[in-house]
Write a protein that binds this ligand. Structure first.
Ligand code: GDP
Length: 420
């Protein structure tokens, strides 16, 4: 796929539901943050004014805590992504499915490269890939899959520990759109399913069960998902019957084998796990060949037709089915992640803005009361002043009259005395 069509794939992808929602909610929280900081500064100013005595210390602290809370939400929001986790028995093709979706040989796959711990592939800015082990900040350079495979094999890691592989976003549209892939050790090798679920599954938006279409679903695979659905309500589960290319060698049984697998998978989702309706489950079960899809995509990247990567007859149908799975997966994961991740943030944001509004209303009321009191005081004072003024006027007028009379009297007395 050339860079233009890769871009096009990106723009039309249902993953954009999440990408756009993330941008919107990010912008909203940016505005809320500006507003909260501005209000807190104002409140701190009021608190500093010792004469006003409107807000107390505890209120200022509460406003400061709003700023911290909003910053925390923004940090979590920046890290929010869509997470898909792959499970199934060893060698069913989990790593191959992830590589096919990422259109590159990122995870080591094949005999001798059994994934013996959890591997998370996530996007990173820049041109270089690197990996990080759990509990370490050291960035180990990854130049090739072979080196990555050796690095993973040499590590003495506990099976529920996590190795994070950071792969340049520019090389893959799914990573660019914030999808994180988690590969697991085979469910057949673990006694620690509980740890697995607690550590790696609770925040997964979608689970993909990779089965080997050449055999039937095992008890280990079933028990794992029974365990998952006790801890997560209605997990989104897709089932890939992988290695479907093998069916081409027995075309006479193809349809009946497919129908049998289909029925068992649908029963598992609907009747056993009770996580979906029959109609929904029909959209969750696929028959694919991961190895072939990856081969085909790598051939296409080299300018050759996809079918040159075919392993057996019937490539085109399997290739389309893989694409169909990806489309439905993208729709499901982006809707689910928007709901589970952003709904939480928006309700926390609402609670914070509500609490803040109540406090501001309270302060406003107090200011209003204070203002009214002052106005009353002023009125009292003015009334008193005007009463004094009137009194003064009366007094002055009386005095004037008196003086006038006295002067007149004196004058009269003086003129009388003169005449005498
Ligand atoms: P994992 O242990 O589940 O991660 O399985 P891998 O992805 O490592 O695959 C195990 C082996 O099966 C590798 O040699 C793959 O090339 C091969 N394989 C994976 N998917 C397919 C497929 O669809 N068809 C065939 N024929 N082989 C596959």
């Amino acid at each position: 796929m050339d860079s233009n069509s890769r871009q096009l794939h990106n723009v039309n992808s249902p993953l954009q539901i999440f990408v756009k929602a993330k941008k919107n909610i990010n912008d909203i929280f940016g505005d809320i943050s500006d507003y909260v900081v501005e209000t807190t500064n104002f409140i701190e100013g009021l608190a500093a004014d010792s004469q006003a005595d409107i807000v107390d210390k505890a209120e200022t602290e509460t406003f400061r805590s709003f700023v911290l809370k909003i910053n925390n939400i923004r940090e979590v929001l920046a890290r929010d992504h869509m997470k898909v986790a792959f499970f199934g028995r060893t060698s069913n093709g989990k790593s191959s499915v992830i590589n096919a979706m990422l259109r590159d040989r990122i995870l080591p796959s094949g005999i001798g490269h059994t994934t013996n711990c959890f591997c998370q592939v996530e996007g990173v800015d820049g041109h270089d890939a690197y990996l990080m082990r759990e509990g370490s900040e050291e960035k180990l350079n990854v130049t090739s899959v072979k080196q990555l495979a050796n690095a993973l094999c040499q590590e003495k890691l506990s099976e529920s520990s996590l190795v994070r592989i950071f792969w340049p976003r520019e090389r893959c549209s799914l990573l660019r759109d914030d999808v994180v892939f988690v590969d697991s050790p085979g469910v057949d090798v673990s006694q620690n399913l509980d740890d697995w679920i607690d550590n790696h599954c609770l925040n997964a938006d979608v689970f993909v069960l990779v089965l080997n279409a050449e055999s039937t679903m095992t008890l280990a695979e079933k028990s794992f998902f029974h365990e998952v659905s006790t801890k997560i309500s209605k997990p989104n589960i897709f089932i890939l019957n992988n290695r479907w290319d093998a069916s081409a060698s027995e075309p006479e049984f193809l349809e009946s084998v497919k129908a049998q697998h289909q029925e068992r998978c649908i029963d598992f989702l609907v009747k056993e796990l009770k996580v979906s309706t029959v109609k929904e489950a029909e959209e969750r079960v696929f028959f694919v060949s991961a190895r072939e899809t990856l081969n085909g995509r790598l051939q296409e990247q080299n300018g050759l037709p996809a079918h040159t990567g075919a392993l057996a007859e019937g490539f085109q149908a399997r290739y389309f089915e893989f694409q169909d799975f990806e489309r439905k997966f993208e729709e499901c994961i982006s809707k689910s992640a928007v709901k589970t991740k952003f709904e939480q943030h928006s309700s926390r944001g609402k609670t914070i803005s509500n609490d803040m509004r109540l406090m501001l209303d309270n302060i406003f009321e107090r200011i209003n009361d204070l203002r009214n009191k002052k106005l009353e005081q002023k009125k009292l004072l003015t009334d008193r002043i005007s009463a004094t003024e009137t009194q003064l006027m009366v007094v002055t007028r009386e005095m004037k009259m008196k003086i006038h009379n006295m002067v007149e009297e004196v004058e009269q007395k003086v003129s009388k005395a003169l005449n005498e």
